[in-house]
Design a binder for this molecule. Structure first.
Ligand SMILES: Nc1ncnc2c1ncn2[C@@H]1O[C@H](COP(=O)(O)OP(=O)(O)OP(=O)(O)O)[C@@H](O)[C@H]1O
Length: 920
């Protein structure tokens, strides 16, 4: 039973992890409160990510006490298990109708009847009257109502037993009818983390047992450890007692018994497999561990062991159940932290974009409106002549076809209906004006139509997006609404549909109002019947006669211009107010962005580092160091034994000296861990916090990654072929391109951050300064020689990586690690930076190829916008690579040439030919 002594250790470990999780949970709560109090979008973030429920549930889970809950086929099976486990005959083997029994640690052996939560029932117990080894039958027996009572009592047994130390608790639920079981379990286990054991003493499970297990599975949905228990002490010969000391017949008996026992165990196993309780292939814990999941429960299978083999499997099972519970909680916390971080980074991106784009949008809207205004004013004055002509032509048409004009009118009026002359006259006027409107409308539509298509759609979108950014209108009309109104009032343009010319319609309504207000000659009272055609013709002709086309056109144009002008003024005023509001808001946005970047993101990154590190620790354990392989400014890199299946494996241990370093490291960890795998990036596979480091005073973070062979600095110092070096340059560019595609800027590209594998293929590492562009604040980071001049000004973007690559490429082309002569003369980095700012760069070495020199020169251009895009650099390097291969192939025998990486005989031949031609 030696292994069983490991159990308290497992429980202790569980308790320690729960303490860490409780602390992380408390800090998460504070951090969430902080974002609600300090960020405009804080409430949205916290509501989005969690409701109070999750935190409360987690809190509840963290206070649960791990408890071994022993069910069994019958009391006999349970007694066999408990007695074996506690190594004493504490329970009678042949008895039934037990009470709820709980075993806990106590300094002296004692029993009492309790209702849980320390409420003791005063009852005379037999055990108090005599010295006992096995619990007295009378004390164990429950009476008929006990299980039915609201408060089903528990017989609490205190034992001074090492296995019960460290809050290990054992519960044996009563053998009561199935339907009472859930309620009883609920009562006694509301604060327990159950580790479920089912003891089997018979050869097979009975129908009742199967039903009970089914019920229990419904209640717990957890893996079960089925333990086959037997009364015989040593049923299988392979146990601790050596068979050598037995006589021949004794040996024979043992062998027979052993075989019988194994075959019975196999039958039971088969039954459990048939019932789906045990996997046909017994799941090995090693397999479980190999599975890459933070949630072991689903992968942790029910297991069958026999009590003679209980030791290792039993401990493993308990370990896995406890691990699984810690993992679930840690993974949930880690998910909360990651979600917060993701939201922060996305918001920072949005904010940076808003800050950049809003002024551009405002000036765009102003420019477009001005253009629209000018065009409309032009139309109003230029089209006046045309409108006059149209009105004239229409009036002329109508004059010569008065009857036709009236035809439509007469079709519509009911012949039996007698109208008053006044009403009839108004209707006829409407008819004439209607015709006139249509003609003028067509003309305006043609002039304004094109404008609508080309201007207002974009203007509308632009204004709408500005509108979205104005958060606080309180009381007054929002600037964007005002803008919409102005546009619609000024130009009467239906912004939703470019083909709808409400402008023209509104204009014609105005025209009608205007005309109906004129003192026209036919408005005298007339007693003629409306059906009198002669009279109708007269009304139409009089009206047409009285209209002056030029006057009408002039009035129309003037009104149109006035309206456009006043709307334009109103637009400008509204735009100014919108601008003020937006700029005020942008200042706030920038403040929020800084708060996110400096305060909230690092805080959550640190929490995420802690929660995921705990997951890694529980799942994979501490990596075991082999030896130190390198040292940097911030940490020591060591090779280690395979961890999480990574082989070869290395870890970088960093001891952050203060909060700022902790935060930086946490952000590095987060970015590196969250970017999807890429062959040109050294992937961070996990992390573990070693709280015992430095005697516990200064915890170390171990960042675990694949182990590479050496860095590029080492590679160049030891010598690399030109072909390999160009290939490395391509690899580096691919790595940087990938990071940029993920919105990240590395900011520390240098020889030591390029690691090589056994084939001399490169991967980028060290994401200490790597950051999303939107989170950059202009901090001065990097390694002096590789730092672009604008880095010192604090205003820079991802092109600093292109600059750094230019310098790196110089070393690659130089084929050695000596500082460029132009840089070697400086005493300190300030001198170097001053000269770099003045344009000093590494010198061109005699063996540099023109294409290489041109490329590096372009990459380290002082002006960031002059630096080439990486999408351009890569094909340049590929061309250099092909040429390098061809050159190398030219110098090698065909057999050796074919072994060059990327060698292609035909392509090389072409290059050789080209080169030969060039040399003449
Ligand atoms: N995954 C790895 N496999 C093999 N060697 C590594 C690995 N990571 C780092 N090294 C080695 O360890 C050295 C130290 O690495 P580290 O990242 O700590 O610092 P650095 O990049 O050299 O400097 P700094 O800390 O200033 O960024 C590297 O130069 C490299 O040689």
């Amino acid at each position: 039973m030696k292994m069983l002594s490991e159990i308290p250790k497992e429980f202790r470990k569980y308790g320690k992890h729960c303490n860490s999780l409780s602390r992380i949970l408390r800090e998460t709560n504070c951090a969430l409160e902080d974002i609600v109090n300090t960020l405009q979008l804080g409430r949205d973030i916290s509501v989005d990510i969690l409701n109070e429920d999750i935190i409360d549930k987690l809190k509840g889970k963290l206070t649960r006490v791990p408890t071994l809950v022993v069910f069994g086929q019958n009391c006999h099976a349970k007694a066999l298990f408990i007695n074996k486990f506690l190594e004493q005959p504490i329970l009678p083997l042949h008895s039934a109708r037990w009470r709820y029994i709980t075993f806990i640690y106590g300094h002296i052996k004692n029993i009492r009847l309790t209702l849980g939560h320390d409420i003791e029932i005063v009852e005379k117990l037999k055990a108090h009257e005599k010295i006992w080894t096995t619990l007295p039958e009378e004390d164990l027996q429950r009476n008929d109502e006990e299980c039915l009572l609201d408060h089903c009592p528990s017989l609490e047994v205190e034992l001074k037993h090492t296995l019960l130390r460290e809050t290990v608790k054992i519960m044996v639920p009563p053998d009561c009818p199935l339907d009472q079981l859930p309620e009883i379990l609920n009562k006694h286990m509301d604060n327990a983390l159950p580790v479920i054991i089912y003891a089997i003493s018979e050869d097979l499970l009975s129908e009742m047992n199967i039903q009970e297990i089914r019920k229990l599975k419904d209640i717990y949905r957890k893996p079960f450890l089925f333990v086959k228990v037997s009364e015989s002490v040593e049923p299988v010969a392979t146990n601790s007692k050596s068979t050598d000391s037995l006589t021949e017949s004794e040996q024979h008996n043992v062998e027979c018994n052993g075989q019988k026992f194994l075959s019975k165990l196999q039958n039971l196993n088969d039954q459990l497999v048939r019932l789906g309780y045990v996997n046909s292939e017994t799941a090995k814990t090693d397999d479980i561990i190999k599975r890459k999941s933070y949630c072991l429960d689903s992968t942790l299978d029910n297991t069958l062991v026999c009590d003679t083999k209980m030791n290792e499997k039993f401990v493993l099972f308990i370990r896995e159940v406890l691990k699984s519970s810690v993992l679930k909680m840690a993974a949930l916390l880690s998910e909360i932290h990651s979600q917060c971080l993701r939201k922060f980074i996305l918001s920072a991106f949005d904010m940076a974009r808003e800050i950049q784009i809003t002024p551009k949008r405002i000036s765009f809207a102003q420019k477009i409106e001005l253009k629209l205004y000018k065009s409309l004013m032009e139309i109003a004055s230029e089209q006046q002549e045309k409108i006059t002509q149209i009105i004239q032509r229409t009036l002329q048409d109508m004059k010569s076809n008065v009857a036709e004009v009236l035809e439509e009118y007469n079709q519509h009026i009911d012949s039996n209906h007698q109208q008053t002359a006044k009403l009839a006259m108004m209707e006829i006027q409407q008819l004439v004006l209607g015709r006139l409107s249509n003609s003028v409308a067509n003309q305006i539509v043609q002039s304004v139509g094109c404008l609508q298509e080309s201007f207002t759609g974009t203007l509308q979108r632009c204004l709408e997006s500005l509108e979205k950014n104005v958060h606080d209108f309180e009381g007054s009309l929002s600037a964007s609404d005002a803008v919409k109104q102005i546009i619609s009032a000024a130009y009467n343009i239906d912004l939703k549909s470019s083909t709808s010319f409400s402008a023209v319609r509104t204009f014609m309504d105005r025209l009608r109002t205007l005309l109906s207000g004129l003192a026209l000659p036919w408005t005298h009272s007339c007693q003629v019947q409306s059906s009198n055609l002669q009279w109708q013709l007269q009304v139409v002709s009089n009206m047409i006669e009285s209209l002056s086309a030029s006057k009408l056109a002039k009035t129309i144009s003037l009104q149109f211009q006035e309206h456009v002008k006043s709307s334009h003024d109103a637009f400008q005023a509204a735009m100014r107010s919108l601008e003020n509001q937006l700029f005020g808001q942008l200042e706030q946005t920038e403040e929020q962005r800084i708060t996110i970047r400096k305060r909230h993101a690092p805080r959550f990154a640190r929490l995420a580092l802690e929660s995921t590190s705990l997951c890694d620790l529980v799942l994979w354990g501490m990596p075991k160091q082999i030896k130190e392989i390198g040292r940097g400014q911030y940490g020591v890199v060591s090779s280690c034994e395979p961890w999480q299946g990574i082989n070869p494996c290395a870890f970088k241990s960093v001891v952050p000296p203060d909060d700022r370093h902790w935060n930086d490291l946490a952000m590095e960890f987060y970015y590196t861990r969250t970017i999807p795998e890429h062959p040109r990036i050294v992937r961070l596979r996990g992390s573990v916090i070693d709280f015992t480091y430095g005697g516990g005073s200064s915890p170390a973070v171990l960042l675990i990654m694949e182990r590479m062979t050496r860095d590029l600095y080492c590679g160049l110092r030891n010598g690399l072929t030109w072909v390999s070096r160009v290939q490395i340059a391509i690899d580096v560019i691919e790595g940087i391109r990938y990071l940029h595609s993920q919105g990240l800027v590395h900011r520390d590209i240098k020889l030591k951050n390029v690691l090589l594998d056994t084939e001399d293929r490169a991967k980028l590492t060290d994401f200490g300064f790597c950051i999303p562009e939107a989170m950059m604040s202009g901090s001065i980071v990097g390694t002096p020689v590789h730092m672009a001049p604008e880095l010192l000004s604090g205003r820079y973007d991802s092109s600093v990586d292109v600059y750094a690559f230019g310098i790196l490429f110089w070393y690659i082309c130089a084929g050695q690690v000596k500082l460029p002569n132009h840089f070697d003369q400086f005493q300190n980095k300030e001198q170097l930076w001053n000269s770099v700012k003045k344009g000093i760069r590494p010198e061109c070495l005699p063996h540099f190829d023109d294409s290489c020199w041109n490329l590096m020169e372009r990459c380290w251009s002082a002006e960031p916008s002059m630096r080439p895009l990486l999408g351009y650099v890569q094909p340049q390097l590929e061309a250099i690579y092909k040429k390098a291969i061809a050159d190398a192939a030219g110098k090698l025998s065909p057999k050796n040439a074919s072994q060059l990486p990327g060698y292609n005989k035909k392509r090389c031949q072409n290059f050789v030919n080209v080169n030969n031609n060039n040399s003449y």
